[in-house]
Design a protein around this ligand. Sequence first.
Ligand code: URA
Length: 205
Amino acid sequence: DLESSADDARPGNIAAAREQARHCKACPLWEPATQTVFGEGPDDAPVIFVGEQPGDQEDLAGQPFVGPAGKVFDEALAAAGIDRRQAYVTNAVKHFKFVPRGKRRIHQKPNMGEIRACRWWLDLERELVKPKLIVALGATAAQAVLGKAVTIRDTRSRLIDLDDATKLLVTVHPSYILRLPDKAAQARESEAFDADMAMVLDFLP
Ligand code: URA
């Protein structure tokens, strides 16, 4: 079983976890991906942001949220007056999942097995960083944090108590805003996303 075999050498700090995750083969996504994209930020950050999984640019850079979704994320943080460097930013799944189409690589949603396999790393990040707040960006992240499928509609914009006494805030994934067809809907959703980000301020010094 993946979880117990990985547990044999449970890393004691984020640097060791990142190094060990470079070699992770707990699901098949490691093989076509360029590299593991582990979480980034202070290892004692009060807030952890959890995305879905790295995209094309993140896969190449080895850093979370540096592509188009990262730009929306950065803008929302800036609008709320949050310095991204105060937070630990990671993903539910740490390898890019894609299908090649010509020269492009098209993002694929991670499945339950992949989310489950990678949850070992997310749980470890939570345990080591010990945040006061976890922000789930989208349903996949919320599912990974809660260990069960939930809808954005039922969980969004309120502080949910987690078992380990941290709070969870669920909001949309920044890519959702990018994909909205018309400008009015984008503006409306951006505003709602900014309001969720403003809730995070209470957890920062
Ligand atoms: N989307 C995510 O969920 N995470 C990233 O790191 C980039 C895009």
